[in-house]
Design a protein around this ligand. Structure first.
Ligand code: HEC
Ligand code: HEC
Length: 238
């Protein structure tokens, strides 16, 4: 008992000293912070910020948010900054749509009330988080310049998206038009970088070996046209 009585104040003194030291060194250490530590503390509970070492089906099934480890190849900065302050629904059924699907006729519907709202942050935080996100790169999955705007033909691309290649079964290209098992693409022109859209459509399993978007064997001209259409969506609005 006596030992404890003595230890208490000593420990307190010691920890106070540490706290004071931490305070004293704080201004100098801000610049030296590991990049993305704000991301890690606030976002890593739901999002993978580094490439998963075990990209198993279990991991995919139990993840709470979409992967962000290739965010720097994926997003446009303006969209990120705006969305982080005012998040809108991208996946109508949440990250695992079938958890919120209600069986019905002629097709299943989504119980959108059951899908949780995304946390929002203020403008300054959104700017910092966007920069941290944009520093996360996929290491070559998204080749720069793969999309050739001059080869794009949005009218043909729309036909491919809606009729010929069946993208519309899983993705909406206008609010309320299209499937819900994939993310909406009606604001893809603001949200996604064209080089990412073409790389993802060419081979979704490069990004996650178990993701349920099929690899459709599309020719390069077909991919260019569809990417031209997808990245034209939502460009005028806002
Ligand atoms: C409680 C879990 C949770 C936390 C915490 C969380 N997110 Fe999310 N996040 C989600 C879910 C779920 C989605 C998918 C929303 C949708 O598609 O409608 C999402 C979507 C996103 C998207 C869009 C992704 C895409 O592919 O379209 C970004 C960007 C994002 N989150 C960033 C962040 C950042 C930055 C933080 C930390 C400040 C954060 N999130 C914290 C669950 C979370
Ligand atoms: C069977 C359903 C299905 C079909 C068909 C399908 N997709 Fe997908 N798509 C998905 C799913 C699931 C994802 C990934 C969802 C996630 O990250 O949460 C996805 C992701 C994407 C992404 C990346 C979006 C993002 O936010 O990361 C693009 C771009 C895309 N699909 C385009 C297409 C195009 C173009 C076609 C037609 C050629 C197509 N998809 C056909 C289900 C589908």
């Amino acid at each position: 008992m006596r030992g404890l009585a003595v230890k208490g104040p000593l420990l307190l003194a010691a920890s106070t000293a540490v706290a004071v030291m931490a305070l004293a060194v704080r201004p100098a250490s801000v610049g030296a912070q590991a990049p993305g530590s704000e991301l890690t503390s606030q976002c890593a509970s739901c999002h993978a910020l580094t490439k998963p070492a075990d990209a198993t089906l279990d991991r995919l099934w139990s993840r709470k948010g979409p992967d962000l480890w290739y965010a720097g190849d994926k997003f446009n900065r303006d969209w990120l900054v705006a969305w982080l302050q005012k998040p809108t629904v991208i996946r109508p059924g949440g990250v695992l749509w079938f958890k919120h699907a209600k069986p019905g006729e002629p097709r299943d519907t989504i119980d959108s009330a059951a899908v949780e709202k995304h946390p929002a942050v203020d403008a300054a935080t959104a700017g910092r988080l966007a920069d941290q996100l944009l520093s996360l790169k996929s290491d070559g999955l998204v080749p720069e310049g793969a999309f050739k705007p001059e080869a794009a033909n949005a009218a043909m691309g729309k036909l491919g998206f809606s009729k010929l290649r069946g993208c519309v079964a899983c993705h909406q290209d206008a609010p309320g038009t299209g499937g819900v098992s994939g993310p909406e693409l009606y604001d893809a022109g603001q949200r996604l970088r064209p080089d990412y859209v073409i790389a993802y459509t060419r081979n979704p399993q490069q990004f996650d070996p178990h993701i349920w978007m099929p690899t459709l064997t599309l020719s390069d001209p077909d991919l260019q046209r569809i990417t031209g259409y997808v990245t034209s969506l939502g460009k005028e609005s806002k």
